[in-house]
Design a protein. Structure first.
Length: 267
C-alpha cells in the first residue's frame, strides 16, 4: 500500500471518527470502552471478509488479518455480542407497524391513519399482531405512547406522528443514529467497490455561500420536501411488501439527512 493511499485512508478515518468520538464523549463513553467495541467489530468483519474470499476463518487467520493476538481473538469469539441486532430488530418492528397504520386499507383511509380501538376487528391489537412480528400490543402501545407517536382520545388510539424517533431513552436514540450511520457507510463502501451500473444512489446538494438569514428557511423547506418524498416511498413500499417470514422479503432503505455548521442560522 502506497504512502499516499495510507494518508488518504487516515484522513477518511478521521472524518468518520470525529463526530462519533464527539458523541461518545458527550455520553461519558471512555476510549477504553470504544476500544473494546472496535476489537469485537474488527474480528466480526474479518470473519465476514474471509468467508467472502471462500476462506474458513480461524483464530490464526483472524489474528493475522486484524493485528490482534490469538488469545484476544479467541476471547472475543467466545463473547456473546447480540445487543445491536436485537435493538435494530425492535426498531424495525415499530416502523413496520406505523407504516401499516398509515397505508394499509384496514387501518387507514385515503392515506390518513384511522383512530383505532384498543381491541377487536381492525383494532390496534390486530395491527400489532399482523405487522410487528412477535411484539405484544401492550409493549407496542407503551413504546408509541412514550415516543409521543400515539395519543389516547375518548378510549381510541390516534396516530399523531408518522415517523418514529424515541424521545428520552438515549440508548434507543443512539442505536437509531448508529444504524443510520452504518447504512450510509455501507452504501459508500458498496459504491467504492462496484462498477458504475451497480452503484447505489448517493448524492447531495450543498452550498458554502448561503446567506445566514436564509438558513432557517432552507431547513424548513428541506424538512417539508424530504418528508413528502419519504412518505411517498413508505406508501410504495407498503404496497409491495410480502408477509412476515416470507423468504422473498428483502431489506431496502432510503435515508435523507440535513446538516449545517453548528450555530449557523440560529436566531
Amino acid at each position: 500500500m502506497s504512502d499516499s493511499l495510507i494518508l488518504k485512508i487516515q484522513q477518511m478515518s478521521s472524518l468518520i471518527l470525529r463526530p462519533l468520538v464527539r458523541l461518545l464523549l458527550k455520553h461519558g463513553v471512555s476510549h477504553r470502552t470504544l476500544e473494546q467495541q472496535v476489537r469485537h467489530i474488527f474480528v466480526s468483519e474479518a470473519e465476514e471478509l474471509l468467508r467472502d474470499r471462500d476462506t474458513k476463518p480461524t483464530v490464526s487467520s483472524l489474528a493475522v488479518l486484524t493485528g490482534l493476538s490469538r488469545k484476544e481473538v479467541k476471547r472475543i469469539l467466545e463473547t456473546d455480542f447480540k445487543g445491536i441486532a436485537e435493538e435494530t430488530l425492535s426498531r424495525n418492528r415499530v416502523v413496520r407497524t406505523l407504516s401499516a397504520w398509515c397505508n394499509h386499507e384496514d387501518f387507514s383511509s385515503d392515506g390518513a391513519p384511522k383512530a383505532l380501538n384498543p381491541d377487536g376487528e381492525n383494532s390496534f391489537a390486530e395491527l400489532v399482531r399482523r405487522f410487528s412480528g412477535d411484539m405484544t400490543p401492550a409493549a407496542m402501545l407503551a413504546t408509541l405512547l412514550h415516543s409521543e407517536n400515539v395519543i389516547q382520545v375518548n378510549g381510541q388510539l390516534r396516530l399523531q406522528k408518522k415517523e418514529y424517533l424515541p424521545l428520552e431513552t438515549s440508548h434507543e436514540r443512539l442505536m437509531l443514529f448508529g444504524t443510520d450511520r452504518a447504512e450510509l457507510m455501507g452504501s459508500i463502501e458498496h459504491n467504492l467497490e462496484s462498477q458504475h451500473d451497480d452503484r447505489w444512489f448517493q448524492r447531495k446538494v450543498s452550498s458554502h455561500l448561503l446567506h445566514r438569514d436564509a438558513v432557517p428557511e432552507f431547513r424548513a423547506l428541506s424538512n417539508r420536501k424530504s418528508m413528502e418524498l419519504l412518505e411517498y416511498y413508505d406508501y410504495w413500499l407498503s404496497k409491495h411488501e410480502v408477509e412476515e417470514g416470507d423468504p422473498n422479503g428483502s431489506y431496502v432503505a432510503v435515508g435523507i439527512y440535513y446538516t449545517q455548521n453548528q450555530g449557523e442560522g440560529e436566531t
